[in-house]
Design a protein around this ligand. Sequence first.
Ligand SMILES: C[S@@+](CC[C@H](N)C(=O)[O-])C[C@H]1O[C@@H](n2cnc3c(N)ncnc32)[C@H](O)[C@@H]1O
Length: 277
Amino acid sequence: MDANRDSSLATDDELLQAQAELWNHVFAYTKSMSLRCAVELGIPDAIHRRGGSITVPDLVAELSLPPSRTPYLRRLMRLLAHAGFFDAGPAPDAYGLTLLSRLLVSAPGAGQGLSPFALAMLHPIIVSPSMSLAAWFRAADDAARVPFATAHGGREFYAVVKENPEFGAAFNEAMACDGRFVMDLIVRGHGQDLFRGIASLVDVGGGSGAAARAIAAAFPHVKCSVLELPHVVASVPPGDGGVEFVAGDMFERVPKADAVLLKVRPRRLPWLMDELD
Ligand SMILES: C[S@@+](CC[C@H](N)C(=O)[O-])C[C@H]1O[C@@H](n2cnc3c(N)ncnc32)[C@H](O)[C@@H]1O
C-alpha cells in the first residue's frame, strides 16, 4: 500500500493491513522485553547445556521454574521463535538455538556471550527515560538537555553509571562483550592490514579493555593501553591481559601512541545523550 495515500481512498483490506502494521509497531516492545526475560532466565545457556534443543517442560525443569509456569513459558518461546531467536524444530513442543540465540550463549566456543549487552541496554535505567520523551519536548526549561537527565535527577549518563555500581557493572560488561565480539571479527578479517607498522595503540574510552586485549593477544608487538574514566579503571582487576590502563578524561589529555582507537556507537537512543556528551 502507498504509505502516503489518503486513508479515505483506501480499501477495507488496505485499512486492515495498515491496522496490523500499527499493532506491530505498538507491540514491538514485546520482542525486546521477551528477549530480556529469556536472557534473565538463562534460556539460551539452558538450551545449549541440553545439547542445542529442548522441550518446554524440560526447559521449565532445567530453569527450576514452577511447573505451573509451563504454558506461559510455551507462549514466551513461541513469541521468541517467531522473532527468530529460537527454532521451533520438527519435534513437537521443542525449541532449538538459532544463529541469533547463539550470540547470547555464554559458554566459550559455543556462543558469543552477548547476553550482557541485551541486559544492560534493556535495563530500566536506560529504558525508563523514553517514557518521558514527549514531556521533555514540551518542557520550557532548558536545564535538562536530554530526557535521561530529567529522569535521573539532572545527572548525565556517565554520572549515573558511576553512582550506581550494579548498573555500572552491567554497562561495562555490555561494552566489554560487544567490544570483544566486534574486535575479534575485525582482527580476524582485517587485522594484518589494519595494524601493520603500528607499535602502540590507545583505546580512548575503551571500557574494561576487552577490545584492546583482543588486539594485544592477536598482535603482541602492539603495546596497547586504555584511557578511561577513573572509576572504570578502578573497577578493572589489576594485571589483566597485557593492557595498560590510564585513568583520565579524553577531553583533557590522550596518551601518545601510534594509533588512537575511538569506538563509539551511533546515537540510536534520542533520550539518552546528546552530541555534547
Ligand atoms: C559507549 S562506551 C564504549 C566502550 C568501548 N569503546 C566500546 O566501544 O565497547 C564509552 C566509554 O567511554 C568512557 N568515557 C566516557 N566519557 C569519557 C571521558 N571523558 N574520558 C575517557 N573515557 C570516557 C565511558 O566510561 C565508557 O566506557
